[in-house]
Design a protein around this ligand. Structure first.
Ligand code: IMP
Ligand code: MG
Length: 182
């Protein structure tokens, strides 16, 4: 069963203002550059689609899908690419678009992997950041909002593939989450 008790964390209006703010910063920093956005599927798809509408610079978009071993809500150290980007990035400015940075392992893996193709730069933009959860040394260059150690859903972000469609972001009590995992 996928029925959790949800507590509102960010309204759609609050999210829109966070996303617009990020887009303004990015538009300023990458003016007259050729930026390639690499969106991590699936969680960041809604964030990306809103973000690009606010960008006032020329961008290309590509997608990557990563799988991390280990079930449930905990990322293990091992990450694998299940869908790679198709755009050549050599000599280009790349900005990774992520929903949440948690342990940091997913982004550490992806950043190192992209750097093998010799892009001009690789930076990270995340909507949410759980800084207190970091297990490896990696920081996002653009952070929409710092959050506590809570599990969140909505606005593209899932729990067992559900709740992605919600326009707001909610947090789930840890006890609820455990109950669901059984
Ligand atoms: P990391 O490798 O531990 O940083 O894990 C990052 C990934 O874990 C994110 O891309 C999310 O897909 C997932 N994740 C982390 N925290 C949450 C959460 O609160 N809700 C849903 N997914 C999460
Ligand atoms: Mg993700």
């Amino acid at each position: 069963m996928d029925k959790l008790r949800l507590n509102l964390l960010l309204t759609a209006e609050e999210i829109a203002s966070i996303v617009k703010n990020l887009a303004d910063q990015i538009s300023r920093d990458y003016v007259e550059r050729e930026l390639i956005l690499v969106c991590i599927l699936r969680g960041a798809f809604m964030f990306l689609s809103d973000l690009i509408r606010y960008l006032r610079i020329s961008v290309k978009v590509d997608f990557v899908r990563l799988a991390s071993y280990g079930a449930g809500t905990k990322t293990s150290g091992l990450v694998e690419i299940t869908k790679d980007i198709e755009t050549p990035i050599e000599g280009k400015d790349v900005l990774i678009i992520e929903d949440i940075v948690d342990s940091g392992r997913t982004l550490q893996f992806l950043k190192e992997r992209l750097e093998l193709s010799h892009p001009r730069s690789v930076k990270i933009c995340t909507l949410l950041n759980k800084k207190s959860r970091r297990e490896v040394e990696i920081e996002a260059d653009y952070v929409g909002k710092e959050i506590e150690n809570v599990f969140v859903v909505g606005y593209g972000i899932d729990f067992n593939e559900s709740y992605r469609n919600l326009p707001e972001i909610y947090y789930v009590m840890p006890s609820e989450q455990e109950k669901e995992k059984g």
